[in-house]
Design a protein around this ligand. Structure first.
Ligand code: GRF
Length: 193
């Protein structure tokens, strides 16, 4: 990780596609006095993403790019990230896969949160698959992003126990609560502030 630590906060962009509860927890974290990051940009591929409301609430710049032409959207995005001096990207429920080239540009500086104990259950519908396989535990993972889906180096994980009558809805909620704590912790770990 080439991020600077010290007096200056790391300029961070958060990418979302939906509710944005992780975004909200990251914004709260960024406002803590000793936080190493500032959140300077919210990016979404979905103009209807509920999480975009946090841009207004917290007066953070936002940008929506539809990713229909991925190359073009990524090119625009890179220039926006540049103009805003973004040094780190946090993917928080962002449902598009970024290209190798884009990832290379931000080498080591893109983090993702995934609702499973990676390397198990990469991809979508994790909770359903976990329950179907009668797992005793699941959890969440923050990892660096590389060119392969949900496969980059793991930074931190949190395990949760699956209850007797667990449903995918109750499990998602339980894990999401842990995600909100895990992402800030993972950031602290990688920036070594
Ligand atoms: C989280 O479970 C995250 O791990 C997954 O998508 C969900 C996003 O939730 N990638 P939110 O938009 O942060 O509320």
């Amino acid at each position: 990780m080439v991020l600077s630590t010290g007096y200056r906060k790391i300029r961070t962009a958060v990418f979302i596609s939906g509710t944005g509860s992780n975004l909200k927890s990251l914004i709260k974290f960024s406002k803590v006095k000793k936080s190493p990051i500032s959140i300077d940009l919210i990016v979404s591929n979905n103009s209807k993403a509920n999480g975009l409301k946090y841009a207004k609430i917290y007066k953070i710049k936002k940008k929506v790019l539809n990713f229909k032409k991925k190359n073009l959207s990524e090119k625009k995005l890179l220039s926006i990230l540049n103009i805003n001096n973004i040094e780190m990207i946090c993917l928080a429920g962002f449902m598009k896969i970024l290209s190798k080239n884009f990832i290379k540009r931000f080498k080591g500086n893109i983090l993702n949160i995934h609702p499973s104990l990676l390397p198990k259950y990469k991809g979508l519908n994790t909770h359903e698959r976990v329950l179907k396989n009668k797992e005793k535990y699941s959890g969440c993972t923050v990892h660096f992003v590389n060119a392969k889906l949900d496969s980059g180096k793991i930074i931190l994980q949190k395990k949760v126990k699956i209850s007797k009558n667990e449903t995918s809805v109750s499990l998602a909620k339980k894990i999401l609560n842990q995600e909100h704590k895990l992402f800030p912790k993972a950031i602290l770990k990688v920036v070594n502030f």
